[in-house]
Design a protein around this ligand. Structure first.
Ligand code: NAP
Length: 354
Protein backbone atom coordinates (compact mmCIF):
# COMPACT_ATOMS: atom_id res chain seq x y z
CA UNK A 1 0.00 0.00 0.00
CA UNK A 2 1.40 3.43 -0.93
CA UNK A 3 2.49 5.90 1.72
CA UNK A 4 -0.24 8.27 2.98
CA UNK A 5 -0.12 11.87 1.77
CA UNK A 6 0.63 14.57 4.32
CA UNK A 7 -2.35 16.59 3.08
CA UNK A 8 -4.99 16.10 0.40
CA UNK A 9 -7.02 19.08 -0.77
CA UNK A 10 -10.38 18.11 -2.24
CA UNK A 11 -11.43 20.76 -4.74
CA UNK A 12 -9.52 22.98 -7.15
CA UNK A 13 -11.49 26.22 -7.02
CA UNK A 14 -9.92 29.35 -5.63
CA UNK A 15 -10.15 28.09 -2.01
CA UNK A 16 -8.42 24.80 -2.86
CA UNK A 17 -5.77 26.58 -4.91
CA UNK A 18 -5.03 29.07 -2.17
CA UNK A 19 -4.71 26.18 0.32
CA UNK A 20 -2.41 24.45 -2.19
CA UNK A 21 -0.10 27.46 -2.52
CA UNK A 22 0.24 27.78 1.25
CA UNK A 23 0.68 24.07 2.04
CA UNK A 24 3.10 23.63 -0.86
CA UNK A 25 5.20 26.57 0.37
CA UNK A 26 5.25 24.84 3.78
CA UNK A 27 6.77 21.75 2.07
CA UNK A 28 3.72 19.59 2.77
CA UNK A 29 3.60 18.41 -0.88
CA UNK A 30 -0.20 18.70 -1.15
CA UNK A 31 -2.20 16.61 -3.57
CA UNK A 32 -5.12 18.56 -5.05
CA UNK A 33 -8.04 16.50 -6.28
CA UNK A 34 -9.81 18.24 -9.13
CA UNK A 35 -13.41 17.17 -8.94
CA UNK A 36 -16.17 17.20 -11.56
CA UNK A 37 -15.91 20.99 -12.01
CA UNK A 38 -12.12 21.68 -12.14
CA UNK A 39 -11.34 25.26 -11.22
CA UNK A 40 -14.76 25.74 -9.63
CA UNK A 41 -17.28 28.51 -10.12
CA UNK A 42 -14.80 31.18 -11.19
CA UNK A 43 -14.16 29.32 -14.43
CA UNK A 44 -17.78 30.11 -15.33
CA UNK A 45 -17.44 33.83 -14.60
CA UNK A 46 -16.37 36.47 -17.08
CA UNK A 47 -14.87 39.50 -15.37
CA UNK A 48 -14.19 39.56 -11.64
CA UNK A 49 -14.25 43.26 -10.77
CA UNK A 50 -13.95 43.10 -6.99
CA UNK A 51 -10.88 40.92 -6.45
CA UNK A 52 -8.31 43.11 -4.76
CA UNK A 53 -5.35 44.12 -6.87
CA UNK A 54 -6.94 44.16 -10.31
CA UNK A 55 -8.19 47.71 -10.96
CA UNK A 56 -9.42 46.77 -14.44
CA UNK A 57 -10.90 43.43 -13.34
CA UNK A 58 -9.56 39.97 -14.09
CA UNK A 59 -11.02 37.01 -15.97
CA UNK A 60 -12.27 34.21 -13.70
CA UNK A 61 -10.51 31.54 -15.77
CA UNK A 62 -7.31 33.58 -15.82
CA UNK A 63 -7.33 33.93 -12.02
CA UNK A 64 -7.73 30.15 -11.63
CA UNK A 65 -5.07 29.27 -14.21
CA UNK A 66 -2.58 31.59 -12.53
CA UNK A 67 -3.43 30.11 -9.11
CA UNK A 68 -2.83 26.59 -10.38
CA UNK A 69 0.53 27.55 -11.92
CA UNK A 70 1.51 29.25 -8.66
CA UNK A 71 0.63 26.15 -6.60
CA UNK A 72 2.51 23.85 -8.99
CA UNK A 73 5.57 26.09 -8.81
CA UNK A 74 5.84 25.34 -5.09
CA UNK A 75 5.35 21.59 -5.51
CA UNK A 76 1.59 20.93 -5.38
CA UNK A 77 0.39 18.08 -7.59
CA UNK A 78 -3.00 17.84 -9.26
CA UNK A 79 -5.04 14.75 -10.09
CA UNK A 80 -8.54 14.27 -11.46
CA UNK A 81 -10.73 12.50 -8.95
CA UNK A 82 -14.11 12.79 -7.29
CA UNK A 83 -14.41 11.68 -3.68
CA UNK A 84 -17.49 9.53 -3.10
CA UNK A 85 -16.98 8.65 0.54
CA UNK A 86 -14.54 9.50 3.29
CA UNK A 87 -13.44 7.72 6.42
CA UNK A 88 -11.99 10.50 8.57
CA UNK A 89 -11.83 9.01 12.05
CA UNK A 90 -8.89 6.67 11.49
CA UNK A 91 -5.21 7.53 11.16
CA UNK A 92 -4.49 7.93 8.33
CA UNK A 93 -7.83 8.97 6.84
CA UNK A 94 -9.08 7.26 3.70
CA UNK A 95 -10.89 8.71 0.68
CA UNK A 96 -12.85 6.53 -1.74
CA UNK A 97 -12.85 7.88 -5.30
CA UNK A 98 -15.55 7.39 -7.93
CA UNK A 99 -13.08 5.47 -10.16
CA UNK A 100 -12.78 2.77 -7.47
CA UNK A 101 -9.37 3.89 -6.22
CA UNK A 102 -8.69 5.08 -2.70
CA UNK A 103 -6.24 7.55 -1.15
CA UNK A 104 -4.79 7.83 2.32
CA UNK A 105 -3.85 11.09 4.00
CA UNK A 106 -2.91 12.45 7.41
CA UNK A 107 -4.71 15.78 6.92
CA UNK A 108 -7.63 16.76 4.73
CA UNK A 109 -8.76 20.15 3.44
CA UNK A 110 -12.32 20.11 2.08
CA UNK A 111 -12.71 22.84 -0.54
CA UNK A 112 -15.40 21.27 -2.71
CA UNK A 113 -17.36 24.49 -3.17
CA UNK A 114 -20.95 24.62 -4.25
CA UNK A 115 -22.79 23.74 -7.46
CA UNK A 116 -25.61 25.46 -9.29
CA UNK A 117 -29.06 24.88 -7.83
CA UNK A 118 -31.89 23.75 -10.10
CA UNK A 119 -35.42 25.08 -9.62
CA UNK A 120 -37.42 21.86 -10.03
CA UNK A 121 -39.39 22.81 -13.17
CA UNK A 122 -40.95 20.00 -15.18
CA UNK A 123 -38.65 18.69 -17.97
CA UNK A 124 -35.50 20.28 -16.56
CA UNK A 125 -33.73 16.90 -16.35
CA UNK A 126 -34.38 16.25 -20.04
CA UNK A 127 -33.55 19.72 -21.35
CA UNK A 128 -30.47 20.64 -19.31
CA UNK A 129 -27.83 21.15 -21.98
CA UNK A 130 -30.43 21.51 -24.73
CA UNK A 131 -31.26 25.19 -24.31
CA UNK A 132 -31.51 25.02 -20.52
CA UNK A 133 -28.29 26.02 -18.78
CA UNK A 134 -26.81 27.11 -15.46
CA UNK A 135 -23.96 28.99 -17.13
CA UNK A 136 -24.49 32.00 -19.39
CA UNK A 137 -20.78 32.44 -20.04
CA UNK A 138 -20.58 28.83 -21.28
CA UNK A 139 -23.76 28.71 -23.38
CA UNK A 140 -24.82 32.32 -24.01
CA UNK A 141 -23.30 32.53 -27.47
CA UNK A 142 -25.68 29.77 -28.69
CA UNK A 143 -28.59 32.18 -28.18
CA UNK A 144 -27.82 34.92 -30.68
CA UNK A 145 -31.15 36.42 -31.74
CA UNK A 146 -33.21 34.41 -29.21
CA UNK A 147 -35.58 35.58 -26.53
CA UNK A 148 -34.34 34.04 -23.28
CA UNK A 149 -35.35 33.79 -19.63
CA UNK A 150 -33.09 34.07 -16.60
CA UNK A 151 -34.48 32.64 -13.37
CA UNK A 152 -33.47 34.28 -10.07
CA UNK A 153 -33.12 37.63 -8.36
CA UNK A 154 -29.55 37.65 -6.99
CA UNK A 155 -26.23 38.84 -8.38
CA UNK A 156 -25.79 35.62 -10.37
CA UNK A 157 -29.06 36.19 -12.22
CA UNK A 158 -28.16 39.83 -12.96
CA UNK A 159 -24.72 38.79 -14.19
CA UNK A 160 -26.19 36.07 -16.41
CA UNK A 161 -28.77 38.50 -17.83
CA UNK A 162 -26.16 41.16 -18.60
CA UNK A 163 -23.95 38.63 -20.33
CA UNK A 164 -26.84 37.14 -22.33
CA UNK A 165 -27.94 40.60 -23.47
CA UNK A 166 -24.83 40.65 -25.68
CA UNK A 167 -26.32 37.88 -27.82
CA UNK A 168 -30.05 37.54 -27.22
CA UNK A 169 -32.76 39.79 -28.66
CA UNK A 170 -34.40 40.03 -25.26
CA UNK A 171 -33.70 38.77 -21.75
CA UNK A 172 -36.47 38.45 -19.18
CA UNK A 173 -35.50 37.98 -15.54
CA UNK A 174 -38.12 35.87 -13.78
CA UNK A 175 -38.08 36.43 -10.02
CA UNK A 176 -40.36 34.83 -7.44
CA UNK A 177 -40.74 38.05 -5.40
CA UNK A 178 -41.06 41.75 -6.30
CA UNK A 179 -37.75 42.76 -4.73
CA UNK A 180 -34.30 41.79 -5.93
CA UNK A 181 -31.72 40.20 -3.68
CA UNK A 182 -28.92 41.43 -5.97
CA UNK A 183 -26.51 44.20 -4.96
CA UNK A 184 -27.57 47.73 -5.95
CA UNK A 185 -24.87 48.09 -8.59
CA UNK A 186 -25.76 44.82 -10.37
CA UNK A 187 -29.50 45.47 -10.09
CA UNK A 188 -29.08 48.97 -11.55
CA UNK A 189 -27.06 47.69 -14.51
CA UNK A 190 -29.77 45.13 -15.29
CA UNK A 191 -32.65 47.58 -14.83
CA UNK A 192 -30.99 50.15 -17.08
CA UNK A 193 -30.21 47.71 -19.90
CA UNK A 194 -32.55 48.21 -22.84
CA UNK A 195 -32.73 44.49 -23.69
CA UNK A 196 -33.47 43.31 -20.14
CA UNK A 197 -36.98 43.16 -18.68
CA UNK A 198 -38.46 41.66 -15.50
CA UNK A 199 -41.32 39.33 -14.60
CA UNK A 200 -42.03 39.92 -10.91
CA UNK A 201 -43.72 37.48 -8.52
CA UNK A 202 -43.33 34.77 -11.16
CA UNK A 203 -41.85 31.28 -11.30
CA UNK A 204 -40.95 28.74 -13.94
CA UNK A 205 -43.30 25.77 -13.77
CA UNK A 206 -42.46 23.77 -16.91
CA UNK A 207 -40.03 23.91 -19.81
CA UNK A 208 -41.13 22.95 -23.33
CA UNK A 209 -39.02 21.50 -26.12
CA UNK A 210 -37.01 18.39 -26.87
CA UNK A 211 -33.43 17.30 -27.43
CA UNK A 212 -34.05 17.78 -31.18
CA UNK A 213 -35.61 21.25 -31.05
CA UNK A 214 -33.96 22.54 -27.88
CA UNK A 215 -36.00 24.74 -25.55
CA UNK A 216 -38.98 26.26 -27.34
CA UNK A 217 -41.01 27.72 -24.50
CA UNK A 218 -41.84 27.92 -20.83
CA UNK A 219 -44.90 27.90 -18.62
CA UNK A 220 -44.72 30.66 -16.02
CA UNK A 221 -47.00 31.11 -13.05
CA UNK A 222 -47.48 34.34 -11.13
CA UNK A 223 -49.28 35.67 -8.11
CA UNK A 224 -49.27 39.23 -6.69
CA UNK A 225 -48.02 37.97 -3.30
CA UNK A 226 -45.03 36.15 -4.84
CA UNK A 227 -43.94 32.49 -4.54
CA UNK A 228 -46.77 31.31 -6.83
CA UNK A 229 -45.62 27.67 -6.96
CA UNK A 230 -46.37 27.28 -3.28
CA UNK A 231 -50.04 27.66 -4.18
CA UNK A 232 -49.97 24.69 -6.57
CA UNK A 233 -49.82 20.96 -5.94
CA UNK A 234 -46.72 18.87 -6.72
CA UNK A 235 -48.04 17.62 -10.07
CA UNK A 236 -48.89 21.03 -11.54
CA UNK A 237 -45.60 21.14 -13.48
CA UNK A 238 -46.24 17.75 -15.11
CA UNK A 239 -49.70 18.90 -16.19
CA UNK A 240 -48.26 22.12 -17.65
CA UNK A 241 -45.59 20.14 -19.49
CA UNK A 242 -48.30 17.89 -20.98
CA UNK A 243 -50.34 20.92 -22.07
CA UNK A 244 -53.13 20.19 -19.56
CA UNK A 245 -54.74 22.86 -17.36
CA UNK A 246 -52.39 23.60 -14.49
CA UNK A 247 -54.86 23.92 -11.65
CA UNK A 248 -58.07 25.78 -12.43
CA UNK A 249 -58.93 26.07 -8.74
CA UNK A 250 -55.62 27.70 -7.79
CA UNK A 251 -55.43 31.44 -7.53
CA UNK A 252 -52.45 31.93 -9.88
CA UNK A 253 -52.00 33.33 -13.38
CA UNK A 254 -50.54 30.88 -15.86
CA UNK A 255 -49.04 31.78 -19.21
CA UNK A 256 -46.87 30.15 -21.79
CA UNK A 257 -44.05 32.12 -23.42
CA UNK A 258 -42.00 31.26 -26.51
CA UNK A 259 -38.30 31.36 -25.69
CA UNK A 260 -35.19 29.78 -27.16
CA UNK A 261 -33.20 29.51 -23.95
CA UNK A 262 -33.56 29.40 -20.16
CA UNK A 263 -30.77 30.10 -17.69
CA UNK A 264 -30.84 29.26 -13.99
CA UNK A 265 -29.22 31.78 -11.67
CA UNK A 266 -30.79 30.72 -8.38
CA UNK A 267 -27.76 30.18 -6.22
CA UNK A 268 -25.77 27.14 -5.25
CA UNK A 269 -25.79 24.09 -2.99
CA UNK A 270 -22.65 22.99 -1.11
CA UNK A 271 -20.92 19.83 -2.35
CA UNK A 272 -20.90 17.81 0.85
CA UNK A 273 -22.81 14.62 -0.04
CA UNK A 274 -19.61 12.56 0.35
CA UNK A 275 -19.39 13.64 4.01
CA UNK A 276 -22.85 12.38 4.94
CA UNK A 277 -21.58 9.33 6.86
CA UNK A 278 -18.78 11.15 8.67
CA UNK A 279 -18.87 12.95 12.04
CA UNK A 280 -18.21 16.28 10.24
CA UNK A 281 -21.04 18.57 11.24
CA UNK A 282 -23.21 20.04 8.44
CA UNK A 283 -25.88 22.70 8.85
CA UNK A 284 -29.45 22.25 7.60
CA UNK A 285 -28.46 23.43 4.09
CA UNK A 286 -25.47 21.07 3.93
CA UNK A 287 -22.70 23.62 4.64
CA UNK A 288 -19.80 22.39 6.79
CA UNK A 289 -19.96 23.87 10.27
CA UNK A 290 -16.59 24.91 11.63
CA UNK A 291 -15.96 25.00 15.35
CA UNK A 292 -16.58 28.75 15.59
CA UNK A 293 -14.71 32.03 15.38
CA UNK A 294 -11.83 32.53 12.95
CA UNK A 295 -11.01 28.90 12.23
CA UNK A 296 -11.36 26.32 9.51
CA UNK A 297 -11.38 23.40 12.00
CA UNK A 298 -14.31 21.06 11.51
CA UNK A 299 -14.14 19.46 14.95
CA UNK A 300 -12.70 16.26 13.45
CA UNK A 301 -8.93 16.26 14.09
CA UNK A 302 -6.98 16.88 10.88
CA UNK A 303 -10.00 17.89 8.77
CA UNK A 304 -10.31 21.53 7.72
CA UNK A 305 -12.78 23.31 5.45
CA UNK A 306 -12.37 26.29 3.13
CA UNK A 307 -14.37 28.30 0.62
CA UNK A 308 -18.03 28.16 -0.34
CA UNK A 309 -18.49 24.67 1.15
CA UNK A 310 -18.25 26.22 4.64
CA UNK A 311 -19.47 29.75 3.91
CA UNK A 312 -23.20 30.36 3.44
CA UNK A 313 -22.76 34.12 4.01
CA UNK A 314 -19.96 35.81 2.09
CA UNK A 315 -19.27 33.47 -0.85
CA UNK A 316 -16.83 35.80 -2.56
CA UNK A 317 -13.73 34.84 -4.53
CA UNK A 318 -11.56 36.80 -2.14
CA UNK A 319 -13.08 35.29 1.01
CA UNK A 320 -12.75 31.79 -0.46
CA UNK A 321 -9.07 32.45 -1.17
CA UNK A 322 -8.74 33.79 2.38
CA UNK A 323 -10.27 30.74 4.05
CA UNK A 324 -8.12 28.54 1.78
CA UNK A 325 -4.99 30.12 3.23
CA UNK A 326 -6.44 29.80 6.76
CA UNK A 327 -7.13 26.09 6.22
CA UNK A 328 -3.54 25.60 5.07
CA UNK A 329 -2.14 27.36 8.14
CA UNK A 330 -4.48 25.42 10.44
CA UNK A 331 -3.40 22.18 8.74
CA UNK A 332 0.29 23.01 9.10
CA UNK A 333 -0.16 23.81 12.82
CA UNK A 334 -2.13 20.59 13.36
CA UNK A 335 0.47 18.41 11.62
CA UNK A 336 3.23 20.08 13.66
CA UNK A 337 1.40 19.58 16.97
CA UNK A 338 0.77 15.96 16.03
CA UNK A 339 4.46 15.44 15.22
CA UNK A 340 5.46 17.13 18.50
CA UNK A 341 3.05 14.90 20.45
CA UNK A 342 4.53 11.82 18.74
CA UNK A 343 8.08 12.93 19.67
CA UNK A 344 7.00 13.46 23.30
CA UNK A 345 5.43 10.00 23.32
CA UNK A 346 8.61 8.36 21.96
CA UNK A 347 10.78 10.18 24.55
CA UNK A 348 8.45 9.13 27.35
CA UNK A 349 8.52 5.48 26.15
CA UNK A 350 12.34 5.52 25.90
CA UNK A 351 12.65 6.99 29.41
CA UNK A 352 10.26 4.38 30.81
CA UNK A 353 12.34 1.61 29.16
CA UNK A 354 15.60 2.90 30.71
P1 NAP B 1 -28.29 34.28 -4.01
O1 NAP B 1 -27.79 35.62 -3.61
O2 NAP B 1 -28.59 33.27 -2.97
O3 NAP B 1 -29.61 34.51 -4.89
C1 NAP B 1 -30.38 33.43 -5.37
C2 NAP B 1 -31.63 33.99 -6.03
O4 NAP B 1 -32.36 32.91 -6.61
C3 NAP B 1 -32.56 34.69 -5.03
O5 NAP B 1 -33.11 35.83 -5.63
C4 NAP B 1 -33.62 33.61 -4.75
O6 NAP B 1 -34.88 34.17 -4.49
C5 NAP B 1 -33.67 32.87 -6.06
N1 NAP B 1 -34.04 31.46 -5.87
C6 NAP B 1 -33.46 30.55 -5.03
N2 NAP B 1 -34.04 29.35 -5.18
C7 NAP B 1 -35.01 29.50 -6.10
C8 NAP B 1 -35.96 28.62 -6.67
N3 NAP B 1 -36.02 27.32 -6.33
N4 NAP B 1 -36.83 29.12 -7.59
C9 NAP B 1 -36.77 30.42 -7.95
N5 NAP B 1 -35.89 31.32 -7.45
C10 NAP B 1 -35.02 30.85 -6.54
O7 NAP B 1 -27.27 33.56 -5.00
P2 NAP B 1 -26.33 34.20 -6.12
O8 NAP B 1 -27.04 35.19 -6.94
O9 NAP B 1 -25.72 33.02 -6.80
O10 NAP B 1 -25.20 34.95 -5.30
C11 NAP B 1 -24.43 34.25 -4.31
C12 NAP B 1 -23.29 35.15 -3.79
O11 NAP B 1 -22.34 35.37 -4.81
C13 NAP B 1 -23.78 36.50 -3.32
O12 NAP B 1 -23.03 36.87 -2.20
C14 NAP B 1 -23.46 37.39 -4.48
O13 NAP B 1 -23.24 38.74 -4.09
C15 NAP B 1 -22.19 36.76 -5.03
N6 NAP B 1 -22.06 37.03 -6.48
C16 NAP B 1 -21.50 38.22 -6.86
C17 NAP B 1 -21.41 38.53 -8.21
C18 NAP B 1 -20.81 39.84 -8.63
O14 NAP B 1 -20.63 40.70 -7.81
N7 NAP B 1 -20.48 40.02 -9.88
C19 NAP B 1 -21.89 37.64 -9.18
C20 NAP B 1 -22.48 36.45 -8.75
C21 NAP B 1 -22.58 36.16 -7.40
P3 NAP B 1 -35.18 34.99 -3.13
O15 NAP B 1 -34.51 36.32 -3.33
O16 NAP B 1 -36.66 35.05 -3.09
O17 NAP B 1 -34.59 34.18 -2.02
Amino acid sequence: MSKPHEVVIVGSGIAGLSAAVYTARADLEPLVLEGPEPGGQLTLTTDVENYLGFPDGVGGMELIQHGKEQAKRFGATFEHGTVEAASVEGEPMELQLSNGESLRTHALIVATGASARWVGAANEDDLMGYGLSTCATCDGAFHRGDDVLVIGGGDSAMEEALFLAKFADSVTIVHRRDELRASDIMARRAREHEKIGFRWNAELLAIHGSEETGVTGATLVSHPDGHPREKLDDNAGERAAAGDPVDPAADVDVDRVDVGGIFYGVGHVPNTAFLADTPISLDEDGYIETTGGMTTETGVPGVFAAGDVMDPNYRQAITAAGTGSMAALDTEAWLESRAAAETDRQVATAEADD
